[in-house]
Design a binder for this molecule. Structure first.
Ligand SMILES: Cc1cc2nc3c(=O)[nH]c(=O)nc-3n(C[C@H](O)[C@H](O)[C@H](O)COP(=O)(O)OP(=O)(O)OC[C@H]3O[C@@H](n4cnc5c(N)ncnc54)[C@H](O)[C@@H]3O)c2cc1C
Length: 328
């Protein structure tokens, strides 16, 4: 049996659930296994109705304390379900929730865990998962020599399942409701308070036709002013890679990539960006990509339509002058 935890946030089933269901169907069809979806919520029925066509079984545990994600509350509930049902494979989203929960679960059940996988092969007594390592520089195949095992699934790695195209069709899950039994002392350990909004600048980079994106090649925060001015001059918007956000030089809503925004402007100018796949996945569909990088081997050149090899701090004023001359 292949089990998965349905990810629900603020009353919505998250898209990653449907991606995990695609993977579960692929594996279950190949191995002739059943799929069990697990719902932890304050209102199971509405979610069960939404996903019952994709699973053989649904296990629900319902309680107001399960309305919002809380690792310490989810942990004993899920541990009991996995202990009782013994799935070959248990899938959890590699989201903020799953990244927190999965290691606790693996440790408490003494099961192997492979995190952030983007592909997976299930065999009768082992599993082979693929994930990237060293900041995306290599992909590694990792084997769990025993089952059951747990895997967290990277968001965006699989297509969302489509009711019109199911590998295992005609499902209508049998729903089992289990009682919510936890040690009340757990509630002393952690409690859900609220969802916080990430501060934004009110600028939506996905709406801009021209994006000027900076990476670590910009070197210092003070150099951003020239890029901002250049962006304004050509009617563009400033965007960036994740290290620029991590350094606190620009707000989070300017980040392009797998953990930022996916953009598709008419023109994307990448300044001092190496082209890690997490960044490329968010901008590769841009209509025209110009990359400036001092390293001729930088991977960004593999997706760029035009490339300039050189120091961005020297090239930027030349570019600005040329554009201003053309405008003039
Ligand atoms: C789970 C996860 C999620 C991630 N999500 C994202 C994401 O959403 N978006 C994202 O961007 N990254 C993301 N990352 C980080 C990603 O792996 C890379 O580390 C990051 O994209 C690298 O950013 P960079 O290109 O600015 O820096 P670097 O990789 O350090 O590249 C800097 C580049 O600048 C060039 N350079 C240096 N000086 C100059 C100069 N003077 N002139 C011209 N070029 C110069 C260098 O040759 C180099 O190619 C994620 C990582 C993980 C693990």
């Amino acid at each position: 049996m292949i089990s998965l935890l349905i990810e629900i946030r603020e009353g919505q089933i998250k898209d990653i659930t449907y991606e995990m269901l695609t993977l579960a169907h692929k594996l279950a069809a190949a191995q002739k296994q059943e799929i069990t979806s697990i719902i932890l919520s304050d209102n199971c029925q509405q979610y069960a109705d939404t996903i019952k066509q994709y699973s053989h079984k649904i296990i629900c545990v319902e309680d107001p304390l399960l309305a919002n994600f809380n690792t310490q509350v989810y942990l004993p509930v899920l541990s009991n379900i996995i202990n009782d049902t013994k799935p070959n494979l248990f899938l959890i989203a590699s989201s903020g929730f799953g990244t927190d929960l999965a290691p606790y679960l693996a440790a408490s059940l003494n099961l192997p865990l492979i995190t952030d996988i983007f592909d997976l092969e299930l065999n009768p007594d082992n599993m082979l998962a693929r994930r990237s390592m060293y900041g995306g520089k290599i992909n590694a195949d990792i084997i769990s020599k025993s089952l059951p095992a747990i895997a967290t699934v990277r968001v965006g790695s699989f297509e969302k399942i489509l009711a019109s195209n199911l590998l295992i069709p005609n499902l209508s899950a049998e729903i089992t409701k289990l009682p919510f039994l936890i040690d009340p002392s757990i509630l002393e350990m952690s409690k859900f308070i609220e969802y916080g909004e990430v501060p934004t600048t009110g600028i939506d980079i996905t709406k801009s036709d021209i994006l000027i994106a900076v990476g670590r090649g910009i070197k210092e925060q003070k150099n951003l002013a020239a890029v901002e001015k250049f962006a304004q001059d050509i009617g563009g918007t400033l965007a960036c890679t994740r290290p620029i956000i991590d350094a606190g030089w620009l707000p989070k809503d300017r980040q392009v990539g797998s953990s930022g925004k996916t953009v598709k402007p008419k023109l994307y100018i990448a300044l001092g960006i190496s082209g890690a796949f997490q960044h490329i996945s968010g901008m590769k569909s841009s209509e025209n990509i110009i990359a400036v990088n001092k390293d001729p081997e930088a991977p960004i050149f593999s997706v760029a339509h035009y490339g300039v090899v050189g120091d961005l701090l020297k090239i930027l004023p030349l570019l600005a002058n040329r554009i201003n001359a053309l405008k003039g």
